[in-house]
Design a protein around this ligand. Structure first.
Ligand code: MN
Length: 354
């Protein structure tokens, strides 16, 4: 059983029940203040910023049953030596992700949709692994400027936030060395279970992997060419067209254009517009199959305070759209339009006549 089983069969109905009311989501919100998958200070403050922008209230107002799981406190690993002259903080990243995997597994097993707020994108190793324990047939939509699929042998930065997907793919098993702290990680995805959206900064080895391992991706150029509607149609067709299964939505805030999301560590020009971002999230909601979300890479130390607020608000908008916020409006709590003959009105007219 996975979190949103009750919404099955509502695809195309805007996620609403037969009476126009939304089925309530039960949502666990998990803060993951982790930054050691990359080298810039501040991304561990992301969960605080996104919560300060009103995440819990927004979900509550949408009619979700919200369970605030607080922030994980990750075990610190002293003397985390560089691995193979290249990989930074392997034991810290391995350990934090092991802890996150357990938390996500618990949340999903308790029947919640799990929202992990990062933190850097190395967290997807734990979040997807934990989700897959309960939902082994899950699929992943990865929205990002980057493919994050370097292996520890192809990375040029040594930062593990650029490598999480390589640890998750079965096809790359024999290309990825065992890092200290990673012995618990078991690849849980195959190429066809994954689609990328928003790519525009892909390293040559990553491009080689995408092409040679038959991984579907829609770069920003593809979005320019096809339009976001067609791109989402093809994406969902591949992931859940043949069989319904839980969706893991892994959203890096740097997928957006830096003019919209400046407070992030590796911004790249030419990203998603606000409307494209909302459309993607709304379509994910409309499947009725969303089971877990990662919202990562908001870094409050890398921009001015109003820019940080705008970036965090954008993150909240993405998550809210995943859980039923619509741009055309909704009337979840509004059941009857008052008319001249409604009881209150006739009482007052009666009184007026007397
Ligand atoms: Mn990323």
């Amino acid at each position: 059983m996975w979190a949103l089983r009750g919404l099955r069969g509502l695809r195309g109905a805007g996620g609403r029940g037969p009476w126009g009311r939304r089925a309530a989501h039960s949502v666990a919100v998990l803060g993951a203040p982790f930054s050691r998958g990359q080298s810039r200070r501040g991304v561990e403050l992301g969960p605080g910023a996104v919560k300060a922008a009103g995440l819990l209230t927004r979900l509550h107002r949408l009619g979700c049953r919200v369970h605030d799981f607080g922030d994980l406190s990750f075990t610190s690993v002293p003397d985390d030596e560089i691995y193979n002259n290249r990989i930074l903080n392997p034991r810290s990243v391995g350990r934090a992700n092991q802890e996150l995997a357990e938390a996500v597994d618990r949340a999903v097993s308790a029947g919640h949709s799990c929202v992990t707020v990062g933190g850097d994108h190395s967290l997807a190793i734990g979040s997807i692994s934990g989700h897959a324990r309960k939902c082994p047939d899950l699929c992943v939509l990865w929205v990002d400027a980057h493919a994050d699929i370097n292996t520890p042998l192809t990375t040029s930065s040594g930062n593990l936030h650029g490598q999480p997907v390589s640890f998750l793919l079965r096809e790359l098993r024999d290309k990825v060395p065992l890092l200290p702290g990673f012995s618990w990680v078991k690849p849980c995805l195959s190429g066809p279970d994954l689609v990328y959206l928003g790519l525009r900064d892909v390293d040559p080895p990553e491009h080689f992997i995408l092409k040679n391992y038959d991984i579907q991706y829609f770069s920003m150029r593809d979005i320019d060419r096809l339009g976001i509607q067609k791109v989402m149609e093809r994406t969902l067709d591949q992931l859940v067209g043949k069989r319904q299964r839980p969706i893991h939505f892994s959203f890096d805030i740097d997928a957006f254009d830096p003019t919209l999301a400046p407070a992030t560590g590796t911004p790249v020009m030419g990203g998603l517009s606000y409307r494209e971002g909302m459309y993607i999230s709304e379509e994910i909601h409309n499947t009725g199959l969303l089971s877990a979300v990662d919202l990562v890479e908001v870094n409050p130390l890398l921009a001015a305070s109003d820019e940080v607020k705008a970036t965090a608000r954008l993150a909240v908008d993405v998550i809210a759209s995943c859980f039923g916020q619509t741009r055309e409006g909704a009337h979840a709590v509004y059941e009857r339009l008052p008319g001249p003959g409604s009881p209150d009105e006739s009482d007052s007219q009666e009184r007026a006549r007397i």
